[in-house]
Design a protein around this ligand. Structure first.
Ligand code: ATP
Length: 237
């Protein structure tokens, strides 16, 4: 079986700055794959390139057999790949429900209402506050909204960029539980995180990115047990 997402020898630059220096990794259907690394490692750049928001200098990105490197970002969403971006990027003046419906912009089918209900079932607070401007939400609530919005495109695969950023431990736990719920409902997940503990605990596979290169990979369990990961990412001596 071939991978659902296959990234090969990916190089991405901002002008002269090489942010991603030839990385390869894969995500199989049904997996939660975590990409961990400190600030500036190239995690966000990698996700933005997969989403078609940036173009690589070289390398390939194949999603369900299609090379994404020449496909427009909105068509990538239509292929079943959704992105919940870093910093959430919700629309503050629109209501919660309007933000959610934007996630379904590429769809023409009649299932949008029932998916809205599914998003509300996943995050009841979104339903309670559905007429409220999204800009009044707390960081954690905005994170739920961003995830809910990404799910509204009914993705086969969801990419989450640092969902735990700025969240309280309790809120983070809820977000991470939702990751497991989405996986059990059949969504494949690529999770980018600085919080290695939370991200690796749930990962079927993980990759450690350092200044644009993958320096370690393994199952979530293997990486959590690795001395290098423990020292560098879990603050242990
Ligand atoms: P963080 O967790 O801090 O967001 P990251 O692993 O997601 O880190 P990236 O945001 O992908 O890292 O950044 C990788 C490198 O590319 C960094 O050195 C960063 O300074 C650089 N970079 C990112 N965006 C730009 C840009 N628009 N122009 C120039 N350099 C950039």
């Amino acid at each position: 079986m071939s991978a659902m997402l296959e990234v090969k020898d990916l190089v991405v630059s901002y002008g002269k700055i090489k942010a991603v220096k030839g990385i390869s990794f894969s995500v199989d259907e049904g997996e939660v794959v975590s990409l961990i690394g400190t600030n500036g490692a190239g995690k966000t750049t990698t996700l933005r390139t997969i989403s078609g928001l940036l173009r690589p200098v070289s390398g390939s990105i194949t999603f369900k057999g299609t090379d994404l490197t020449t496909v427009a970002a909105h068509d990538i969403v239509q292929l079943g790949l959704a992105h919940s971006p870093e910093g959430r990027r919700i629309f503050p003046k629109l209501t919660v429900e309007e933000n959610l419906l934007l996630g379904a912009f590429a769809r023409k089918d009649k299932g949008i209402r029932s998916d809205l209900e599914a998003a509300y079932a996943l995050f009841p607070i979104l339903q309670e506050r559905r007429t409220q401007p999204a800009g009044t939400f707390s960081g954690g609530e905005q994170q739920m909204l961003a995830m809910g919005r990404a799910m509204m495109s009914r993705p086969k695969m969801l990419m989450l960029d640092e969902p735990s950023m700025g969240l309280s431990p309790l809120m983070m736990k809820r977000i991470m539980t939702t990751v497991s719920t989405l996986q059990s409902q059949g969504t494949t997940i690529l999770l980018v995180e600085q919080n290695a503990q939370a991200a690796l605990k749930r990962a079927t596979k993980g990759y450690v990115l350092e200044v644009g290169r993958i320096v370690l990979s393994g199952t979530g369990r293997e990486l959590l047990a690795s001395d290098d990961v423990r020292k560098a990412y879990l603050g242990e001596d």
